[in-house]
Design a protein around this ligand. Structure first.
Ligand SMILES: [Zn+2]
Length: 150
């Protein structure tokens, strides 16, 4: 087993790594050739709020061996920001499904449209792509609904 010179004694738990359980893409990547036989806790900084957090050895095993995430995918958000990201995605799904079912009623509902706009505006902070076309549509609908409101 290759020893890392910079490994401090007691620097967090290590978890056994089994690259045969990685996704096919991960196994084909160079990461597979240079892989150690353990995961180690990785300290990191949240891309959204700047707080420090640890991508733990156990979370890495979960991500790469159970959920089969691509091996070069790193966690970039702390736990609270990750939960907020999931919350926003859930809200977006809920709004879009309401939109698909009852478009006319959403168009007349400024509160729902404002919420939709806020959810869309929040996505980029959590590493999600902004859907500009959808934002433009929601802005137009909201402007029309607010004109009706007064
Ligand atoms: Zn954060």
């Amino acid at each position: 087993m290759p020893k890392r010179k910079n490994k401090k004694p007691g620097a967090g738990p290590v978890v056994a790594l089994d690259s045969s359980r990685w996704s096919q893409a991960s196994r084909r990547s160079v990461a597979c050739e240079i892989a150690d036989d353990h995961y180690r806790d990785r300290p990191s900084t949240c891309r959204n709020c700047g707080d420090g957090f640890v991508f733990t050895a156990q979370q890495q095993r979960e991500a790469y061996e159970v959920r089969k995430a691509y091996i070069w995918q790193q966690r970039v958000l702390c736990a609270p920001c990750w939960r907020q990201r999931l919350h926003l995605l859930g809200e977006l799904k809920r709004i879009r499904s309401r939109w698909a079912r009852e478009r006319a009623s959403v168009k007349r509902d400024p509160q729902a449209l404002r919420h939709w706009r806020d959810v869309l505006a929040g996505l980029p902070r959590y590493g999600l792509r902004e859907d500009r076309a959808q934002r433009a549509m929601v802005d137009r609908l909201l402007a029309a609904a607010e004109r009706r409101e007064v």
